[in-house]
Design a protein around this ligand. Structure first.
Ligand code: SAM
Ligand code: SF4
Length: 329
């Protein structure tokens, strides 16, 4: 009998969840991520579908059951739905999600669902059209809101909204966001702005602690709910009068790393043990043939010993990530 392989780190954490970037390219220019738009840097040889499949099979053989496709903007890849369909069909993968800026979602939601995607996170930083345009560089709020309806119509099981909390830009919109989710089966999560190599000044100007949101929610009768296994990093709140939930992703909060259950693969095939780590470990040489699964699994297991117990954001060390589009947010 072969020994069962389970991915774990030296601190006893398990990794059912993999965030897989399929491209660094993005068509938006969010002010905290790619303020000048995507710039080509060196070679753009992103993982091919077959390489992605070999990777996902190897992870699935070590207990990973949830995959999130991300980027850059994953849907700009012309073979995105083909990749999704292939990943969804890998034995052991029970949940396939993706994170998107929602571009062209009204036309494409059904195609994404039919490919096997079941959970979607859509980034919406403001419900005010002008602010949305100022933050993302695109006057597309209405199209993206229509995309949410298209996701429900297509059959998506989970629709979530990611909102980066930005001091003076959208922190005054809490009431508007609460109203927005009130009659929708949706979870809106505020993400604390993260410092990366490229956004140091922006971070100083706009970062706001997630605690301000928690305090306001608790004061309005929202209650924290327990976290599911395989769930992302959000702490979620419900309210008896709201169909929707509000969550908070607060990497700067105490104990954020204790429940870490996820690993990341960059679009070029590097394993990133932490979003705020010092770099990635290329796995690409192990992704070239179908018979490399064991070798690949051994390599990944070996690298797990380098996973640190926590990030060092509080020591002003945000790692080597230039912006989140480069590693898959
Ligand atoms: N392009 C897709 C999108 O925007 O949804 C997927 C990739 S994007 C890097 C993933 C998520 O990271 C988005 O919700 C985005 O708002 C968030 N993000 C990007 N840079 C961030 C930062 N510096 N701090 C916090 N969240 C950030
Ligand atoms: Fe593109 Fe997403 Fe970064 Fe915005 S947050 S620039 S949509 S990758």
């Amino acid at each position: 009998m072969t020994e069962e392989k389970i991915l774990a780190d030296p601190f006893g954490r398990r990794f059912p969840y993999l965030r897989l970037s399929v491209t660094d390219i993005c068509n938006f220019r969010c002010s905290y991520c790619l303020p000048d738009g995507y710039k080509k840097s060196g070679c753009e040889s992103f993982l091919e579908k077959d390489e992605i499949l070999r990777l996902v099979r190897a992870f699935a053989g070590m207990g990973t059951w949830k995959i999130r496709l991300t980027g850059g903007e994953p849907t700009v890849r012309t073979d995105f739905t083909e990749i999704a369909a292939a990943v969804a069909a890998v034995p052991g993968i029970r949940r396939l999600a993706f994170t998107t800026n929602g571009y062209r979602l009204p036309e494409r939601a059904q195609e994404f669902y039919d490919a096997g995607l079941r959970a979607i996170n859509i980034s919406i930083d403001s419900l005010n059209a002008k602010k949305f345009r100022d933050i993302t560089g695109h006057d597309r709020l209405e199209e993206i809101l229509d995309g949410i309806d298209a996701c429900y119509a297509a059959g998506f099981e989970a629709v979530k909204i990611n909102t980066v909390l930005l001091k003076g830009l959208n922190d005054g919109e809490l009431e508007g966001f609460i109203d927005f989710v009130q009659d929708k089966n949706i979870s809106l999560r505020f993400i604390e702005l993260m410092r990366t190599l490229d956004n140091q000044d922006y971070y100083k100007k706009y970062h706001l602690s997630g605690e301000t949101v928690t305090e306001k929610l608790l004061a309005r009768g929202w209650q924290q709910i327990p976290r599911d296994e395989g769930a992302g990093p959000a702490v979620e709140f419900t309210h008896p009068e709201s169909a929707g939930k509000i969550g908070l992703i607060a990497p700067y909060s105490k104990d954020f790393c204790k429940t870490c259950n996820r690993l990341r693969i960059s679009a070029k095939g590097a394993l990133h043990l932490c979003l705020f780590g010092t770099g990635g470990y290329s796995l690409r040489d192990y992704l070239q043939h179908d018979d490399q699964t064991e070798e690949l699994q051994e390599k990944i297991m070996e690298l797990m010993r380098f996973k640190r117990s926590k990030h060092f954001l509080h020591q002003d060390d945000s790692g080597a990530t230039p912006h989140l589009a480069s590693i898959g947010g």
